[in-house]
Design a protein around this ligand. Structure first.
Ligand SMILES: Nc1ncnc2c1ncn2[C@@H]1O[C@H](COP(=O)(O)OP(=O)(O)OP(=O)(O)O)[C@@H](O)[C@H]1O
Length: 503
């Protein structure tokens, strides 16, 4: 039992040591864990921050791409119109500026000049370039480039000695060089410089409807009528103060010009300040549907000739009445403007076998065309084939519209020399774009236009809405009686013989 206190003492020491060791181990463990926890938390926080950075970066890169892709797929038209096309246009204009000298050289508008003149090799020119040996390429510089209504316009500064004609001759090469559908050269008013206009799509490709004026429409402008659109997005205003030739192959859409004109004149026709006289020698196929619009209407050659002769007489009588009072007729109910519409001019003056009728038609038409403008008589003649004798009248028809034509010769016959060079490419109008044509603008340069499509219902509506106040029948004058020819001496002798019974 004496050993018991020792054992107890040892037990106490062991307990103390154990507690100390336990405390120490436990404390270190806690520290360690605390340390681990702290570093882990720090690590996690760092990781979260890193990922946050990455996410911001990824979002900054991905969101615009996804947004653009969604825009392009969901609203392709708006995407193209607002972003893709403007960007492409900007890049194209930049390319043109950069490649301009090379472009001018490839289309033949640059020229080579001797490097030296009064300068010697190594001298500097005014533009800072150094004189070298060999010829130097000089090309028209580029003043400005701009996109307008989907067309690229460039203003070159011509070289000394170059003219607008030189640029016009290179128009097709300029077109192909930039891959455009069409290239036009527009001279400035003094014709000392020009702008080049490239079109990459056809603004007139889609057909559109003509408009029949409303029942209560005002009389409308006196000097012109709206017929459709020009390729520059302007309203095509056709002057009606001039006699006009509209030439186009069969199925080219001449009827849309005819009816567009008649619709626009409807309110004035109903009010009686304009009289419509119609000639349809294709058996009435074209104009007869709008018969109530016409004050006078002829469907056969003899009626047409009688009507034209009446018109020629009436206009001369009007000229006599107005002589000394005014030099320009003003339309009114008493003295209305007369618009004569001839569908198929060739049938009147080229295809008729009766030479006398042809001669009379030509004579009456020549009077109307040469004297009619000042007294308010105008002819709108429609023609399929400009090769026939019809072109005789061409110089008297001061305004010309060319729809689709067969070849370059026909274009030259209709518009005259130089029209092709100026860009009146009627022979290149596709069959699919009926109603498209060229008309000469005020500066004599062709403008591409399209007339609105006219349906039968529109014609019936216009005829019911704007009938002529009265219809004047055409009376064919009676044939003058030819005096009986005096029998010849031999015939008289024979008669005497037979009566008298003598040989
Ligand atoms: N402006 C237009 N837009 C779209 N289609 C048109 C237009 N004008 C005419 N057309 C269509 O073209 C076809 C021929 O038109 P139109 O009768 O005017 O030809 P045309 O030149 O008068 O022929 P023709 O001399 O043989 O009578 C018609 O079927 C018509 O529907």
């Amino acid at each position: 039992m004496t050993s018991l206190p020792w054992v107890r003492q040892a037990g106490r020491v062991l307990a103390l040591v154990g507690r100390e060791v336990g405390w120490w181990v436990g404390g270190t463990g806690r520290l360690w864990w605390r340390y681990k926890l702290r570093t882990s938390l720090h690590g996690a926080a760092t990781a979260v921050a890193w990922w946050q950075d990455q996410l911001v970066l990824i979002a900054a890169l991905v969101i615009p791409v996804v947004a653009l892709a969604t825009w392009a797929r969901g609203w392709p038209a708006s995407y193209r119109g607002r972003l893709a096309d403007p960007l492409a246009r900007y890049r194209f204009a930049r390319w043109l500026r950069r490649e301009w000298p090379l472009l001018m050289e490839s289309v033949g508008l640059a020229r080579r000049v001797p490097a030296t003149g009064h300068l010697r090799r190594g001298d500097r020119r005014r533009d800072g370039t150094e004189v070298e040996d060999g010829p130097v390429v000089e090309s028209p510089s580029l003043d400005r480039v701009r996109w307008t209504r989907g067309q690229l316009m460039a203003w070159p500064r011509l070289l000394t000695g170059q003219t607008v004609d030189d640029v016009e001759l290179a128009a097709d090469r300029l077109r192909v060089a930039v891959g455009a559908r069409r290239c036009r050269i527009l001279p400035n008013p003094e014709v000392t410089g020009c702008s080049i206009v490239w079109s990459f799509s056809d603004p007139l490709a889609a057909p559109f409807d003509a408009t029949v004026p409303a029942e209560d429409a005002p009389l409308g402008p006196v000097g012109w009528v709206p017929l459709g659109w020009t390729e520059d997005g302007q309203v095509w205003r056709l002057s009606i103060t001039m006699s006009t030739l509209v030439a186009g192959s069969s199925d080219s859409g001449k009827a849309s010009v005819t009816w567009g004109l008649l619709f626009a004149l409807g309110p004035q026709n109903r009010a009686g300040v304009v009289q419509l006289h119609g000639i349809d020698l294709k058996g009435g196929m074209e104009l007869s549907m709008g018969r109530p619009l016409f004050t006078r209407y002829a469907q056969t050659v003899d009626h047409a000739v009688a009507m034209l002769e009446d018109d020629a007489r009436n206009l001369q009588a009007r000229a006599e009445r107005l002589a000394g009072r005014t030099r320009q007729h003003v339309q009114s109910v008493d003295e209305p403007s007369v618009v004569i519409v001839i569908d198929e001019l060739a049938a009147l003056i080229a295809y008729t076998t009766d030479r006398d009728l042809t001669r009379r038609a030509e004579a009456a038409l020549s009077i109307i065309l040469s004297q009619g403008r000042a007294v308010g008589y105008r002819v709108f003649a429609f023609l399929q084939d400009p090769r026939k004798e019809t072109v005789k009248m061409r110089h008297l028809l001061t305004q010309v519209i060319g729809l689709r034509l067969r070849d370059r010769e026909e274009v030259t016959m209709v518009f005259g020399d130089g029209a092709l060079r100026h860009g009146a490419l009627c022979h290149k109008i596709p069959h699919t774009t009926r109603g498209v044509g060229y008309v000469l603008g005020e500066d004599n340069h062709p403008i591409r236009v399209r007339a609105g499509f006219v349906s039968d219902d529109m014609i019936k509506t216009a005829a019911a809405r704007f009938p002529a106040p009265r219809q004047i029948p055409i009376i064919i004058p009676a044939e003058p009686e030819t005096p009986a020819r005096r029998p010849s001496t031999r015939a008289r002798a024979a008669a005497r013989t037979s009566v008298g019974g003598e040989p």
